[in-house]
Design a protein around this ligand. Structure first.
Ligand code: RP5
Ligand code: MG
Ligand code: MG
Length: 282
């Protein structure tokens, strides 16, 4: 079974809200926790209902009921969880991993799973003569990481799947926006980026689909993601681009992969999976 840690971070991101402390042994819903008094928080931004946000179903029934554990075509969103069927208790979904210390949606738009996509772009670390750098007899991998503007932590350049959009398209879109600053370059340059991404992101390997231990998770809303690895074996494909941070990223760079790396949420688990598959140094 999965455990979450970052989802129990006391300070809720970008707010003054604080989660009720949940010791590890009380995460499981089956363990009685009579003292449990979760904070109730949904950000103003979400309550104003941007296009990707659900109505506040605890206030009263929505005009069109939400279809949980299903593809909800009315809302153009996939409410299925990668980790199986989740429970709906008194009309609201319940986090399948367990207690977080908070009810409501926090900063997340959807009740239940909020789907994201995370590109894991890799190449071999090479020395100045182009030889692969080895450690403990294994080649060293590098990934493209971004520094998130919201919490300053380094992370995969991922993003939410927009209503009606696909995971495949989100991977390209988010990498373009966060790692290549596609939103702010000239239309010609943007066209070049989109065409190259089309090509470079053609062959990906899915390495993870499941729960993301994100600090924004609550008892009723949580992140899930699909991570896809795009590996540049020759090291020539991604050279055509200059990495440039954009949108919700304030920095971007190639970073060396090892167990010592520290990343947002449980992104390091996703990166470890990639390292194992490439038989790289870890
Ligand atoms: C994480 O948040 C996902 O793994 C993905 O990297 C990211 C999506 O949210 P935003 O970057 O759009 O805030 O949970
Ligand atoms: Mg983004
Ligand atoms: Mg993002």
């Amino acid at each position: 079974s999965i455990m979450h840690t970052k989802a129990r971070t006391p300070e809720y991101p970008r707010s003054n809200a604080k989660k009720f402390p949940v010791p590890a042994e009380f995460v499981d819903w089956n363990v009685p926790f009579p003292e449990y008094k979760p904070a109730d928080y949904t950000s103003k931004h979400i309550l104003q209902m941007p296009p990707y946000a659900d109505p506040d179903i605890r206030k009263g029934p929505a005009n069109v009921p939400l279809k949980f554990n299903a593809l909800d075509t009315t809302y153009n969103t996939d409410r299925k969880s990668y980790i199986g069927e989740y429970e709906v208790v008194q009309g609201v979904p319940r986090n399948p991993v367990g207690r977080t210390g908070m009810i409501g949606r926090g900063d997340l738009g959807r009740w239940g799973p909020n789907h994201a996509a995370d590109p894991v772009v890799t190449r071999w670390k090479r020395d100045s003569s182009g030889e692969k750098v080895m450690k403990e007899g294994k080649p060293v991998l590098e990934i493209v990481a971004i520094q998130r503007r919201d919490c300053k932590e380094w992370a995969l350049p991922g993003g939410m799947v927009d209503p009606g959009d696909t995971v495949t398209n989100t991977l390209k879109k988010e990498f373009g926006e966060e790692a290549l600053n596609s939103l702010e370059v000239s239309p010609e340059e943007n066209k070049r980026i989109q065409e190259s991404l089309e090509h470079l992101f053609h062959h990906g390997t899915m390495v993870f689909q499941g729960y993301i231990d994100d600090p924004r998770n609550t008892d009723n809303a949580w992140m899930e993601s699909q991570a896809v690895n795009f590996h540049d074996d020759s090291g020539n494909a991604f050279n055509k681009f200059t990495l440039q941070a954009g949108d919700d990223a304030q920095n971007v760079k190639w970073v060396e992969v090892s167990h010592e790396l520290r990343l947002y949420a449980n992104h390091l688990d996703l990166v470890k999976e990639v390292a194992m598959r490439h038989k790289a140094y870890w």
